[in-house]
Design a protein around this ligand. Structure first.
Ligand SMILES: Nc1ncnc2c1ncn2[C@@H]1O[C@H](COP(=O)(O)OP(=O)(O)OP(=O)(O)O)[C@@H](O)[C@H]1O
Ligand code: SF4
Ligand SMILES: [Mg+2]
Length: 348
């Protein structure tokens, strides 16, 4: 990444949801530590993949960045401007530049509005009148996302799941955003349709120079889309790197485990063959995460040090610049062929 001010700069970003309890007076008895001290940047036009299992804080992160949620701590800077606690007025000029695409194209489109109305909605709300009129702009946008501009007057139920997600993309593009947070934009779609929508987003990213934070469950989906990838576990980033470094030289045990679940990677002819690691157990509750390294209850290499000291996210020995790993004992061995590997997860 260049030294220029990043488009988005997140530092120590934290969101704890208070848990209320007690009688007769309800008070805060604990907190869901959904996001706990994230540091990352997104450069202009760059796409960052954000990956991790269910409940690790991906959507919360997306909602914090887009300011749909108020952070508990940390800072969010957009183009060098601190917007962490920005009010309505300060956010107004920025609102249009940061857009979100949601997982469920069914729930996120108003069934009673026509496509034209849905896609022009953001222009209306922000009182933006493009040259040539809003309707023309909507037709243009429908064309960009691969929909028939003549379908302007149709309703969401007349479209397939993939087409509905295209409508969501058109709406997100309406205000010419600089940053789009896409929260599992293809998870609800048929596998056969997923690649088409990812390709569309990739085209949008490359041709319109829009930066993306692309949230996904597994590493396969973001592999071809993201220039950099951050892996999250229980509210923390455990590894972040350029795509090739992350997939080719994963240093965190959790990244390895996620990668070994990517079927595509095991049949990769030109890359090293992955070892197979089956993760045992569930992600612990973010209400009382494990001490020290949060991954330790599922890690086959955990020691006392892992229980006592939280590993910092740093450039461990052997990492290229920009490749950061949070582990006391980062993986060093080359990836070993699947057929020779033991199953370390099974021993835990
Ligand atoms: N409004 C809320 N109030 C309380 N807890 C919440 C709230 N929103 C999210 N959480 C909790 O915060 C944690 C992180 O949730 P989040 O939705 O960010 O995870 P995720 O990584 O997006 O998961 P998924 O892959 O299932 O979408 C979860 O334990 C969730 O239950
Ligand atoms: S710090 Fe310890 S428990 Fe955590 S991932 Fe590294 S080896 Fe495993
Ligand atoms: Mg989510």
């Amino acid at each position: 990444m260049s030294n220029a001010t990043p488009l988005l700069d997140v530092s120590g970003l934290t969101k704890h949801f208070p848990i209320k309890g007690g009688f007769p007076i309800r008070r805060t008895v604990g907190a869901v530590q959904a996001v706990d001290g994230l540091d990352f940047q997104v450069a202009e036009g760059e796409s960052l993949g954000l990956v991790g299992e269910s409940g690790c804080g991906k959507s919360t992160t997306g909602r914090l960045i887009t300011r749909l949620l108020e952070p508990t701590a940390g800072t969010i800077s957009y183009r060098g401007e601190d917007i962490t606690h920005a009010g309505r007025r300060q956010l107004a000029p920025i609102r249009s530049e940061i857009q979100m695409i949601f997982q469920d194209p069914y729930a996120s489109l108003n069934p009673r509005q026509t496509v034209g109305k849905i896609v022009s909605g953001p222009m209306e709300i922000n009182d933006i009148n493009p040259a040539g009129g809003r309707e023309n702009r909507v037709r243009e946008l429908l064309e960009i996302v691969g929909l028939n501009p003549e379908h302007y007057n149709r309703f969401p139920h007349e479209f397939s799941g993939g087409q509905r997600q295209r409508i969501g993309v058109a709406r997100a593009l309406a205000l010419e955003p600089k940053l789009i947070v896409a929260d599992e934009p293809v998870s609800a779609l048929d596998v056969s349709i997923q690649a088409q929508v990812v390709n569309l987003l990739q085209k949008v990213q490359q041709e319109l120079g829009i930066a993306f934070v692309f949230i996904a469950h597994d590493l396969a989906v973001v592999r071809h889309f993201s220039q950099r990838v951050a892996v999250m576990y229980l509210g923390k980033i455990v590894e972040i790197a350029d795509r090739d470094d992350l997939y080719g030289n994963p240093r965190h045990p959790y990244t390895r485990a996620l990668l070994s679940a990517v079927p595509e990677a095991t049949v990769d002819d030109d890359g090293p063959v992955r070892e197979r690691i089956r993760l045992v157990g569930d992600v612990p509750s973010p209400i009382s995460p494990p001490s020290g390294c949060r991954f330790r209850t599922r890690c086959w290499k955990a020691t006392d040090k892992c229980a006592n000291e939280a590993p910092p996210l740093v450039q461990v020995e052997g990492n290229k610049p920009g490749h950061l790993t949070a582990c006391h004992y980062p993986e060093t061995e080359a990836l070993i062929p699947a057929r020779l590997s033991k199953n370390p997860g099974a021993a835990a």
